[in-house]
Ligand binder design. Structure first.
Ligand SMILES: [Zn+2]
Length: 410
């Protein structure tokens, strides 16, 4: 019965995603002609309409992406694609661990080729048309190759370790595999900002001056010790602005995109940073890690059961059963079934955003954060009028109107 259940779940998930994207497009288009009252003074109609057109263009491409993803999944599974790639890997690399790694490499490479047209369209057609893209074709492909090489250099040993655990540690291997995977993910959180991000961007210490002194005073006030304040050359690739925190423990870094610093005033930057500090103060990173750890333990337990079930392979279009195939098949198919969890995760994320906003208000001023957010919505062409249902499913941040209203009421 798994074939039927899988196809039904895929059709349902794809249908819901297309429906949500269509609703979102329609909602945004219907509110295109008027700036919502709360933003009328700060955002001109022209900017509002640009945001609407940008959102509609992205939602349309999103629909294409959903359809391509569903078809590709069918090709790989019931269409026999995975089996064909597995046989190809066998011809290239015999058998054993090397064959398994070659197989997973082929699947990853082919999948990224399938994703490439949508990615290029997003960058060179949509981002370009709305004035956000700063990348050349050469830079784009350079990034892709770098991502591929780094992914292989880090991913291959990690996958090899998981395959070894599956093969060697007995019936409870999935507990060890889970523990390994969790440790690996935490290690990447520490290593990524220090060793990998600098391969793509320049990070310079924030220059001394009024802004830096203000930020240091805020950190002092909030009792926050950081391993450095950096400015990242985000403007090399995109005009979108952002600020973020990386790492944890003693290795915490604060990174500002140059695009953000160029657009916001000192008050606004301080409020944005206070919001980021709020995430830290409320332990949002650890709460998220806890959720992911618990959820992934359930997934690993499920995989531990499925790996020995012949029907899991046969019913999904595969005749070669084994650890590498189980891992690949599981990773591809599980999102079809876990999709109903996405509104729950988004809800948790939005709750964290409100908490971080409240912290920012306590440490700085609500009106500073409001003007900062309004500038960011305007400059990033973020829609002020998302479809409410779409927003509940996908948005990690509360809709602009709710967020600003909550800030203004404090
Ligand atoms: Zn936030």
């Amino acid at each position: 019965m798994l074939t039927e259940i899988f196809v039904a779940a895929l059709v349902l998930t794809t249908g819901v995603r297309l429906w949500l994207a269509t609703r979102h497009r329609a909602h945004v288009a219907a509110h295109r002609s008027e700036v919502p009252v709360a933003f009328r003074e700060a955002i001109p109609l022209e900017a509002h309409q640009k945001a609407a057109d940008y959102t509609v263009a992205r939602a349309s491409l999103g629909r294409t992406d959903v359809v391509i993803g569903a078809l590709w999944l069918l090709v790989l599974t019931l269409g026999g694609g995975l089996q064909w790639m597995f046989d190809l890997a066998g011809r290239l690399a015999g058998d054993g661990m090397v064959r398994d790694l070659v197989f997973i490499g082929i699947v990853a490479f082919a999948s990224s080729l399938i994703d490439l047209p949508v990615l290029m369209w997003r960058t060179f057609v949509i981002e370009q048309r709305f004035g956000f893209n700063k990348m050349t074709l050469g830079m784009f492909f350079g990034d892709q190759i770098k991502h591929g090489l780094i992914g292989a250099a880090i991913g291959a040993p990690a996958v090899a370790a998981v395959l070894w655990i599956m093969d060697s540690l007995g019936a409870a291997w999935w507990v060890y595999a889970w523990a390994f995977w969790l440790t690996f993910s935490l290690a990447m959180m520490v290593l990524y900002p220090t060793f990998i991000a600098p391969l793509f961007n320049k990070f310079e210490p924030m220059p001394a001056g009024e802004l830096r002194s203000r930020i240091e005073a805020l950190l002092e006030r909030c009792g926050f010790r950081s391993d450095g304040l950096f400015v990242m050359d985000g403007s090399r690739r995109s005009a979108h602005g952002n600020a973020y925190f990386t790492g944890f423990g003693k290795g915490k870094r604060i990174v500002f995109f140059d695009t953000l610093l160029n657009r916001l005033g000192g008050d606004e930057i301080e409020a944005v940073l206070a919001h980021e500090l709020g995430h830290y103060k409320h332990h949002h990173i650890w709460k998220r890690v806890g959720w992911i750890a618990a959820g992934s333990l359930a997934f690993f337990a499920l995989l531990g059961w499925l790996v020995d079930a012949p029907w899991f392979f046969e019913q999904l279009g595969v005749s070669s059963q084994g650890d590498a195939m189980a891992l690949t098949l599981f990773a591809l198919v599980i999102p079809v079934f876990s999709f109903p969890l996405s509104p729950i995760l988004s809800l948790m994320s939005r709750k964290h955003e409100f908490e971080a906003d409240a912290y920012a208000v306590a440490q700085t001023r609500a009106d500073w954060l409001v003007t900062a957010l309004v500038k960011l919505y305007r400059d990033n062409a973020s829609t002020l009028t998302p479809d409410p249902l779409y927003s509940q499913f996908y948005d990690s941040h509360p809709p602009a109107a709710l967020r600003v209203a909550r800030l203004q009421s404090t």
